[in-house]
Design a protein around this ligand. Structure first.
Ligand SMILES: Cc1cc2nc3c(=O)[nH]c(=O)nc-3n(C[C@H](O)[C@H](O)[C@H](O)COP(=O)(O)O)c2cc1C
Length: 187
């Protein structure tokens, strides 16, 4: 099949409450974004009062309800020009760094690599101390050495940008969209 004439951006949401609101706000500001939820991401959206039905009015939404991550087939047809995981849990970051793909977000990340597409990962556990918003209050968490290690490891991957703040994510997205003419959608 031929490459899609108008490729889109595949944006994964994982089960992180940290920077969920800010990530969704950014997803709304960029064009042609489709959402890919992990099962935990879908649960967290509901815990933070986001309704799937409302998101479906704004985005095409792919849920993690097949063992094979069936929507990755879209990547074989040049449907996407890049992948974003924002927010990315430490679980998803670790799996991506280890080459594990057993959820929709980790599968689209793997597909981006295999199709030589750029990926941006908003890894929330990149500092030794993080102020995070639970559904009811603000709490301080202390990412473990292993969480920080996998974020660093992922930053060494080819065509992968790690964003450590909302500002960095915004800048990485702007750079991605301004480079789009140089990114080839592989048929
Ligand atoms: C309210 C709530 C908030 C959470 N926030 C985070 C978070 O900020 N960062 C994180 O790494 N995990 C967080 N988790 C845990 C993840 O959802 C859990 O590790 C899940 O297995 C991740 O799956 P996924 O990476 O496939 O989305 C949170 C869980 C709950 C219930």
């Amino acid at each position: 099949m031929n490459a899609d004439a108008h490729p889109r951006l595949a944006w994964a949401i994982t089960g992180s409450g940290h920077f969920l609101k800010e990530s969704l706000e950014l997803a709304r500001r960029f064009p042609d974004v489709d959402l890919f939820l992990s099962s935990a991401g879908e649960e967290i959206l509901s815990m933070y009062d986001y309704k799937l039905a409302d998101l479906k009015k704004e985005f095409k939404v792919y849920r993690d309800n097949t063992a094979s991550s069936a929507p990755v087939g879209l990547f074989y047809h040049g449907h996407y020009h890049g992948v974003v995981i924002a927010p990315a849990t430490s679980n998803t970051v670790a799996k991506c760094a280890l080459g594990i793909s057993d959820t929709l977000p980790t599968n689209i990340f793997a597909q981006a690599g295999k199709r030589r597409l750029p990926a941006i990962v908003f890894a929330c556990d990149t500092a030794p101390e993080v102020e995070t918003e639970s559904p009811s209050e603000w709490v301080t968490t202390y990412p473990r050495a292993i969480d920080l290690q996998y974020s660093k490891q992922l930053a060494t991957f080819e065509r992968v940008t790690i964003a450590e703040s909302v500002e960095m994510l915004n800048l990485a997205l702007q750079a991605h969209y301004s480079n789009l003419s140089h990114i080839q959608a592989h048929p």
